[in-house]
Ligand binder design. Structure first.
Ligand SMILES: [Ca+2]
Ligand SMILES: [Ca+2]
Ligand SMILES: [Zn+2]
Length: 703
């Protein structure tokens, strides 16, 4: 028997998938395998050797008809989440394990649905999957880890760097919200696996969508019935798709290269039991849509075959494939035949996942503890009322503005575990003491330690940098490169600002950005949001792409940084709708396209009433308004540095011009003093005009 399986099969499948199956859900294993081969040509040798080893296998070996020894595979589910629905329950994961074990031992409830033409080859695989009960550090585990990371939005293989357990010991299964391995619109990759021939210590295992794990919870309505992981498990154990090699008369060089599974021309979707996509197979059989390794609907799939079992047996008896995973020593190491009670692992968030609140508001905390039953909770809530709690889900009031740490300790008979979230809760003042106009140049090295916040603290995302800036010594970079997950987002959140002093003065947000796309036809996106309710809701003001001012539509090398001021754009947004807000916050959200960083600097909130000239940075020239507040006259000292003085306009808080004066009253060298006569009690702005440039100063007249 000569087998000819070469990487071309993966490439063929790739193009075939893109052509025919763009609108549906599918497995990403072929695409993934092709990508691995491309980046590591050495794998070809391993793949060829593996495929040739299949040649010795015989689907009709009589021992395949007998019940053999059950091979137990220790598994761990790594749930990668951002406290959303993708953080699936233990019950849903256990439901998946039950479904897998039934399928791999032909104990599934629908074996009777296997057509009589295939009943004779249907087979028990003698495989079971059991939760690891000892983790790599020797700690007690329930076989589920939970990791908070935005990579769940489409990190694909990047999630494997967040957490992995040794691959010869455990089958690693990463559960994610989204897999972006599907480049074609409309299709959704449900999962992908590493074939035994491609096994390596960093990538080995299965990635699966959270809402396709099991048949309950978030997977209850999609019809997959837990079959996706059965299918991916088949790949992990060495099985190919029945359409892998296409049609052919020789069963060992067509289809999945197994003789009791008819070759299939292209993946079968739905559940059409009359399909015969290959007519040159010998003997010519209908497509086995019941097979777990095709793409038919979950309700349609109900069988593996003896020939497939021969392949799995091969994988489970070779040390370079999967035999170490099912060894007795490994069962001891992973504790799969024990069922200890474990110390719980503390985990929590707010129940809305929102971590900002207005001064005086309340926060409801939610318990996400896992790995064991909790007998007692101990919360420490800095800045909160009450400041401690023994409830599982306390409601806490925060009355003073600031950033506060939350700590949860959980205990049972096995022990105590503690999670600390440093400065987790931001309490926003009702009225910010940061008045506008304001200019933020990110010069403060500590700016991200309590003033501004970078929501995602991963390798990627917003960082203060001194290697490039528009002015001063620092700016901000939303760090993105070719390794950043496509569509992952990173948010930079401002301090609250009191805009009300600019009421009537047409407040504007102006800021500098620098960006160049790293990939043709693909642009990162910067979206600016505002909130007037302390971050409970965010309103998008504008999403900037290359076409709308983010950068220049010229692809540059990856890793580009601006080196001159000319490479920065100034963008302006109208804030008139928010002019009464006393605690307006801004959010700059960078969306990755796996290309280049977005740079940000010089964020200004300022009045736009002044229509001519440029608002001077008040620190450039000495301007002193006094007394302020005043019961009568107001003096304005101006150090003109010899420049021309063009007078001062006074505006009311609502933006009406009250007076204009250009009479120099006193002068001493280059210092002049303008006197403003007594005005009615209220808030005013003095717009000082020096050599065509303008300075805005607020002053208050009290009765
Ligand atoms: Ca076959
Ligand atoms: Ca056929
Ligand atoms: Zn597949």
């Amino acid at each position: 028997m000569k087998i000819l399986i070469y990487p071309a099969i993966f490439l063929a499948i790739l193009s075939s998938n893109n052509r025919s199956f763009a609108q549906t859900h599918r497995c990403g294993t072929d695409e993934y395998s092709a990508a691995l081969l491309k980046t590591n040509p050495d794998l070809l040798k391993s793949l060829t050797a593996y495929n040739e080893s299949l040649a010795a296998l015989n689907s009709s070996d009589t021992k395949l008809s007998k019940k053999g020894t059950t091979r137990t595979i220790p598994v761990v589910f790594h749930v990668i989440h951002t406290y959303g629905a993708e953080n699936i329950s233990k019950a849903q994961i256990e439901d998946q394990l039950r479904i897998m074990n039934e399928a791999y031992q032909r104990q599934n409830g629908d074996t009777s649905a296997t057509r009589s033409i295939f009943k004779g080859v249907a087979s028990d695989m003698d495989v079971e999957f059991k939760m690891a009960r000892i983790d790599p550090n020797g700690n007690c585990t329930e076989g589920i880890t939970r990791t908070y990371s935005y990579l769940t939005d489409g990190g694909d293989d990047a999630v494997k760097n967040l957490i992995r357990w040794p691959y010869r010991t455990y089958l690693n299964i990463w559960v994610v919200k989204n897999i972006v391995r599907d480049a074609s619109a409309g299709s959704r990759v449900l999962g992908y696996a590493t074939l035994p021939a491609f096994t390596n210590s960093t990538a080995d295992g299965i990635v699966i969508l959270s809402d396709y794990v099991g048949s309950i919870g978030t997977a209850s309505s999609n019809g997959s019935k837990g079959r996706v992981l059965i299918h991916e498990g088949g790949h992990w154990l060495g099985l190919y798709h029945p359409f892998q090699g296409g049609c052919g008369g020789n069963c060992s060089s067509s289809g999945d290269y197994i003789c009791d599974t008819p070759p299939v021309a292209e993946p079968n979707f739905g559940c059409n039991k009359t399909t015969n996509s290959c007519s040159n197979d010998s003997p010519d059989q209908l497509d086995m849509v019941e097979n777990y390794m095709d793409y038919a609907d979950g309700i349609c799939q109900n069988m593996f075959t003896k020939g497939q079992k021969a392949v799995v047996d091969n994988s489970l008896t070779k040390a370079n494939l999967r035999s170490l995973n099912v060894s007795a020593a490994n069962h001891t190491a992973t504790g799969v035949f024990t069922s200890p009670s474990c110390t719980p692992i503390a985990d929590f968030n707010t129940n809305t996942n929102i971590v900002t609140v207005c001064q005086g508001g309340t926060v409801n905390f939610k318990d996400y503890t896992y790995n064991g039953i909790v007998s007692s909770y101990a919360w420490t809530l800095e800045g909160g009322t009450p400041s401690t709690s023994t409830l599982s889900a306390p409601t806490i009031q925060y009355s003073t503005a600031g950033n506060y740490t939350v700590t949860l300790s959980v205990t049972n008979a096995q022990g105590t575990n503690t999670m600390v979230k440093t400065k987790m809760i931001t309490v926003v003042p009702t009225q910010s003491n940061i008045t506008t106009p304001v200019s933020e140049g990110f010069e403060d090295a500590q700016i991200l330690n309590g003033k501004w916040k970078s929501w995602e603290t991963a390798d990627y995302g917003w960082k203060r940098i001194t290697t490039t800036k528009y002015t001063g010594t620092a700016g901000m970079e939303a760090y993105i490169d070719e390794g950043t997950a496509n569509n992952s987002t990173y948010s930079l959140v401002s301090q609250p600002y009191n805009l009300s002093v600019l009421q009537g003065l047409l407040p504007k947000l102006k800021f500098r950005v620098a960006y160049r796309p790293g990939i043709t036809g693909n642009t990162e996106v910067l979206t600016v949001y505002v909130t007037t309710d302390c971050g409970q809701t965010w309103k998008p003001l504008k999403a900037y792409s290359n076409a709308t001012g983010l950068g220049v539509d010229k692809v540059v090398e990856l890793g580009w940084k601006p080196t001159t001021q000319a490479e920065w754009n100034e963008l302006t947004l109208d804030l008139k709708a928010y002019e009464t807000s006393k605690n307006l916050m801004l959010r700059f959200e960078a969306r990755s396209r796996s290309g280049n960083s977005i740079f940000l600097d010089n964020i200004n909130i300022q009045a736009d009433l002044i229509s001519t000239g440029q608002l001077l940075n008040p620190s450039n020239l000495l301007v002193n308004v006094y007394p302020n507040p005043s019961k009568g006259l107001v003096n304005i000292d101006i150090e003109t540095e010899g420049k021309r003085y063009d007078g001062t306009k006074i505006y009311s808080i609502t933006g009406q011009e009250i007076m204009y004066d250009n009479t120099l009253l006193t002068k001493s060298g280059t210092l002049m003093t303008q006197i403003i006569p007594k005005l009615e009690a209220g808030i005013y702005f003095a717009q000082i005009n020096i050599d065509g440039q303008l300075i805005l100063k607020k002053f208050i007249i009290i009765p």
